[in-house]
Design a protein around this ligand. Sequence first.
Ligand code: ADP
Ligand code: GLC
Length: 629
Amino acid sequence: MANKKAQPKKQAAAAKPAPAAVTKPAAEKAAPAAKKAEPAAEKTAPATKKAEPAAEKAAPAAKKAESAAEKAKPAAKKAEPAAEKAKPAAKKAKPAAKKAKPAAKKATPAPATEEPKPVVEEPKPVEQEPVQPKEEAPMEQPYTTPRRSIAFIGSECHPFVKTGGLGDVMYALPRELVKQNCDVRVILPRYACIPQKYQDQMVYRGEFYMDLGETGRSYYVGIMEYICDGVVYDFIDNQEFFSAGNPYISLVDDIPKYCYFSKAALAALNFMNWIPDIIHCHDWQAALVPVYLRTLFQDSPVGRAKTVLTIHNLRFQGIYNIPTLRYWTGLPEEVFSMGALKQGYEDANMLKGGLAYADRITTVSGTYAWEIQTPEYGEQLEDHLRYHSYKLRGIVNGIDYGMWNPATDPALAVNYDITNVLDHKWENKLALQQELGLVQDQGKFVIGLISRLTNQKGLDLVNAIVPELMDGNTQVIVLGTGDKQYEDTFRYYENAYRGMFSACIQYDESRAHRIYAGADALLVPSRFEPCGLTQLNAMHYGTLPIVRETGGLKDTVEPYNIFTGDGNGFTFDQYDAGLLLDAINRAKTEYFVNRYHWDEVVQRDMAKDVSWQNSASQYKDLYLELTPW
Ligand code: ADP
Ligand code: GLC
């Protein structure tokens, strides 16, 4: 209902089937900006030059694309007179489609052939700050690095829509970058499932129509804006694509949706005449952005931006057959080469294309950056990633100290900080046990698990050892949703171990906070884990992580050393249920036998700097490297 309220213009626009004529003015509007942007484009020229030889090779393919574009013209032609009237600037903008052609020619970055270089580097241990007895990162530091503007483009962002850690990163990193002298806009789909209270606060920013691939249609693009704590959020509005209750449905729906979204995001930047220095895209849903940018948008104002593509999870790549991708994107032929989108005989892989075209690739930990270049973790893109490894680096995630702070967290029964954690954490444990119907006993060892219930998260290891875990002194709390097989198994265990095992098959943000606070240990036995945020949240709440040494888990949790007393948690290396059980038993021993040492680790973990400050400054450095003026 209020949905409607928030988009009066859109309704009106959507009511009429978009006349082709309407498509122009929007494009027109962007035109003057195009002019302005020229000098900047000029600056980038040398790089483009270098790329030319490859472009030459690609030319025949581009030619084909031209004729396809040619075919698409009649509709556009019809629209012209109206457009003409609408704005004289239209003239310049008209070539939008035309311009795409030469751009297609320039679309060189995609290497035609690919000879993977064997440049697998040893994982560099992520530099963790030595333990500092401080609760929060110092806030108002003077940042002296030059100002840069960044457009974040991704498919989810807390508090609007979140299914996992990507949502946390899209929320926290822009906020930290604002503190570090960046001007940040976050571009997101305006999903219907965004809570009404945010929908109501969005302000209509404009609308235009955009053609899409070979569909022959023009699509509505509304822009709804919401500003919070210095970050501008621009939501791309189109009910045809974003009206489902969930951001992700199935590939059949999601492929067209994110083809549209990636193109609309770039067109929206042109439309708003907000041309960022850097476009920072996230995961496969936004991976076509660098591809569009260096082809169809190269000669438009936004074409001067540099791109960074961050891999949050390599398992999801956006793969579909080439004809479908060609239909929805209208991208020139050369991007469907083996060096870019093409995969196997007939598939196109959106993430693979983005990796080829992005100026820089990052992933969310140093170890994962290394792992994904190996067959074990490379999800069949290891060769491609090794080929592009010169532009790949790992930057570990942090957590937002405003959102995750046991001293102020409104979800907790009792707030606490590093100075009184030992006095108050147990009160949160008792409250949690009561909330979940578990035996209320502060002496029990409570293990939490907060996770999407998928194959990635090592849940088969957990399932295999539950009976051995349940020794009468241990309680287990699972919070998560996902694959039915895991949901059912956890429900079964809840039944089998009444009062000691709790299976919360749900997504509940505030309950998650209470588990971080009330549990003694948090389990993250992942098969692979690009970074992982739950272990960071846990440590910040004085809850010791028990993790498998993979990806970001390896980089953020130093194994506890019983001889020196150093470390942050308990770890195991091979993906093996026995090793997981062993790690849990080591934790239990410390907890029950050496409580003094356990408590030391609790305080050390709370003092550990897991904020975004350090990681955001690494992103800032990366942006500055790409824009050295
Ligand atoms: P991933 O992104 O792979 O799911 P991360 O560890 O990076 O894993 O991030 C998971 C995020 O989602 C954390 O903020 C965690 O607290 C949250 N989360 C996961 N499952 C749930 C759930 N069922 N209820 C509430 N929060 C959850
Ligand atoms: C992904 C990964 C997770 C990471 C998160 C945020 O969903 O699975 O490890 O922490 O993205 O980067």
